[in-house]
Design a protein around this ligand. Sequence first.
Ligand code: SF4
Length: 310
Amino acid sequence: MNPVAASYLRLSDDELADRVGEALGRLANCDLCPRLCGVDRTAGELGYCQSGRLARVASWHAHMWEEPPISGWQGSGTVFLSNCTARCMFCQNYPISQMGVGAEKSAEQLANLMLRLQRQGCHNINLVTPTHWVPQILEALAIARQKGLVLPLLYNTSGYDRPQTLRLLEGIVDIYLPDSKYADNDAAQRLSGYVKYVESNRAALLEMVRQVGPALIMDKDGLAYRGIVIRHLVLPNGLSQTPDVLRWLKENLGQGLYVSLMAQYFPAHRAVGDTALGRRLRRDEYDEAVAALHALGFENGWQQELSVDY
Ligand code: SF4
């Protein structure tokens, strides 16, 4: 088999069907994310994420602005899934993540979206905010694979995931794109509504690395086909505890990790007018974050230019 073929092509039909069945079974007493709501999503009950039995999709397109090995030259086939397991005050996508903008899709329809992105020439399928939709994604993937989907699968997440759920994706997800947002649970709760984000995030990152390794592996054209990139959005006023986040990553996952240090913060949603979050990142704040990255010896990854100089 082609070494860059998507991992899920190696699973037998029976193995994939077992994963789909197990994942769908979890919807009846939903424990997919660390909130452990226990609601029956198959019977119309809604938990914190307000997500039901059918996947909800806000948009899908070729995304040119992910990290270069992800977007390549023809774009990453991005599927923006609706709803979220958090309530970030500053979420730039809050109509999709917190107001439910999007439309319900059957497994067949979600599979067809993936296949359409493949026909457009996208390099991969990039599932954004997938945590609460893992069963529906697996259900759609089984159909899409039968109809010829071969692209690598990306799991693009806030990093508020459970290892027990991620294990359903072992040998299926090719590239993990998790955030590591905070190193302090109080800040994570206050700014994003997370409960126990730090331990949940760290356990999830360890499980992802166990599955795909700590590196990002690219083909001869520089396109990523396996591995992990960890993203960290630097918030103003030290609210993302950047040095502590980076230190844990280095000590536990190694300095060869690909880290994407993001400077693109701007006040959106409930951050507008907020004393601490109501301004863009200053240049000196981002420079400090980059200095922490370098001091820890990280060798791989990406930094951004500030779009406005403060
Ligand atoms: S996925 Fe949604 S319903 Fe399930 S535990 Fe998480 S927040 Fe609750």
